[in-house]
Design a protein around this ligand. Structure first.
Ligand code: XMP
Length: 536
């Protein structure tokens, strides 16, 4: 039986056997990708390692991983829809603690004999949760909670009767059974979302469940992430040579720094300077990796080749293809010239969300993304992906821990084809210079306003049109610059950022005064969807 009372790790007849993973593991069953990712991140913030598994994973397979707990995520479906995603019933009696959240809670109720009513009434947003005076206050989930607190709801159907053997621990005005549990079987369910920041003590609830019900140790830390990554890299690579394409962005930088820590001089990094980078990016990469880390770095200054293949090309996909192909060619030549053509491995900064999304059918690609992922198929190299299990915030934390400078760790995302896809029309050196200068002003001012980390991206776009203006007594005929600033969690959706007017005013004044060739500044107020973040 899983006892709610604190006990040493691994105690109790129903406690899972020690995990073969160096860390305690909690699995999050995915009933709606975005909910699942947020839950997994919150679990990791509580220093417990978590992984997301598809909802159709057989219980046997999940249990073989020896998880210390299993969380069922929320999801957009109703449990009453024919064919609604369900779970292998073997899970309910496996002796591993389960926490059902929202859809997960309804599923648990439905499958174990409770009643989920089609209320036809949505409960959405912040609402007040009241703990049941006996069972609620005594629940391990709510230890330390006040009798009433704000929680975040987002559902249609509602559990109106818990399954036999379960105690109702909390309710809201529209959900009489907002939390229920059977500690004897280790089964817990909450209709609200503890993973969102709007639920006052949501993170406390998750922590309490992890600690007091699952008996997880809080051992997933920056240091343990680095240690296990270094070990895994050494085991994979042995004494072989490794190549890495540095892009200037945080992912490839952290991946390179980890591999360097693991195998030192076996690693050669190649920074292909396409001439389409942001201001100062090449210098920063060189300064950090060659001088600070003492890493074997080849800085390939290949701008001429990129400008020459881009000549006269205005179609966005054609630009991406031309850049992608040239990138591969330059990379191969540099690797050959540096004597590393015999390398067997290639480092790639793939993150956990990419891994999860590429495993789902709805991960449709709207644009052909130019990533170094195009390289191995061409070159027959085996991938080393030290960030494969990490979320972006963990990558940044690891980067800080490894001593990478703040400018790299906190750099905003940047498309592989660089400034070329922010020039709407054909790409010339002159246009790239104008755009780079305007972009540097946007970055600098957004940083000065303290908004850099809050915004997903803030950058400049140059549409190749010219408009009439007047500066001094002179008529001008020059380019506009469009400011694009968005907030987002994962780039799948984004909202245009409400930049303060005084910041917009400063950006406009500085760009027009300081960047020759620009006489107008506009602000993009389009969300995604319907727009994309980039213009091409
Ligand atoms: P969109 O424009 O599709 O962009 O809304 C979503 C996110 O992806 C970035 N992006 C790219 N990243 N190679 C990349 O590595 C690319 O070709 C590329 N195109 C867009 C974009 O900056 C945004 O963060």
């Amino acid at each position: 039986m899983v006892s709610p009372a604190p006990a040493p790790a691994g105690a109790g007849p129903l406690s899972p056997a020690p995990s073969p993973h160096p860390e305690d593991l909690v699995l999050v069953v995915d009933f709606g990708a975005q909910y699942a990712q947020l839950i997994a991140r919150r679990v990791r913030e509580a220093h417990v390692y978590s992984e997301i598994v598809p909802r159709d994973t057989p219980a046997k397979e999940m249990l073989a991983r020896r998880p210390r707990g299993i969380i069922l995520s929320g999801g957009p479906a109703s449990v009453h829809v024919p064919g609604a995603p369900g779970l292998d019933p073997a899970l309910w009696s496996a002796g591993v603690p389960v926490l059902g959240i929202c859809y997960g809670a309804q599923l648990l109720a439905r499958d174990l004999g409770g009643v989920v009513a089609r209320t036809g009434q949505a409960e959405y947003g912040r609402t007040s949760l009241s703990l049941a005076s006996g069972t609620g206050l005594g629940s391990p989930l709510f230890s330390g909670w006040p009798e009433r607190g704000d929680v975040w709801m987002s559902h249609f159907d509602a559990v109106v009767e818990p399954p036999a053997g379960f105690a109702v621990t909390a309710s809201t005005p529209s959900s009489p059974v907002a939390a229920f549990e059977d500690p004897g079987r280790g089964l817990y369910a909450v209709q609200f979302h503890p993973e969102v920041a709007h639920t006052d003590r949501g993170q406390d609830l998750l922590k309490a469940w992890l600690r007091d019900v699952c008996r997880c140790r809080p051992s997933w830390t920056r240091t343990s992430i680095i240690e296990s990554a270094v070990e895994a890299i050494r085991a994979q690579v042995g004494g072989e040579a490794v190549l890495c394409a540095l892009s200037g962005g945080v992912d490839s930088a952290v991946a390179a720094a980890l591999v360097h820590k693991a195998v030192g001089s076996q690693l050669t990094c190649v920074f292909v300077d396409t001439g389409l980078m942001r201001e100062g990016e090449g210098e920063q990469v060189e300064e950090t990796f060659r001088r600070q880390f003492g890493l074997d770095l080849v800085h390939a200054k290949a701008a001429d080749r990129f400008f020459s293949v881009l000549e006269g090309v205005s179609d966005p996909e054609a630009k991406r293809r031309a850049i992608g192909e040239t990138f591969i060619r330059v990379f191969e030549e540099v690797a050959r010239a540096s004597g590393r053509s015999g390398a067997r491995f290639l480092v790639q900064g793939t993150l956990y969300p990419d891994v999860i999304e590429s495993g789902t059918a709805d991960a449709a690609r709207i644009k052909s993304h130019h990533n170094v992922g195009g390289l191995p198929a061409e070159m027959g190299l085996e991938l080393v992906e030290p960030l494969r299990l990490l979320f972006k915030d963990e990558v940044r934390a690891v980067g800080e821990e490894l001593g990478l400078p703040e400018e790299i760790v906190w750099r905003q995302p940047f498309p592989g084809p660089g400034l070329a896809v922010r020039i709407v029309g054909t790409v010339t050196r002159e246009r790239v210079e104008i755009l780079r200068a305007a972009d540097a002003i946007v970055v600098e001012e957004v940083q000065r306003a303290g908004l850099h980390r809050q915004l997903w991206q803030a950058f400049a776009v140059l549409p190749v049109v010219r408009t009439v203006g007047v500066m001094g007594d002179e008529r001008t005929y020059a380019y506009p610059i469009v400011i694009r600033a968005v907030s987002s969690d994962d780039a799948m959706t984004a909202d245009w950022a409400r930049l303060p007017y005084d910041l917009v005013e400063r950006l406009s004044r500085r760009i027009i005064n300081e960047v020759p060739g620009v006489n107008r500044v506009a602000l993009d107020v389009t969300s995604k969807p319907p727009g994309t973040i980039e213009w091409e």
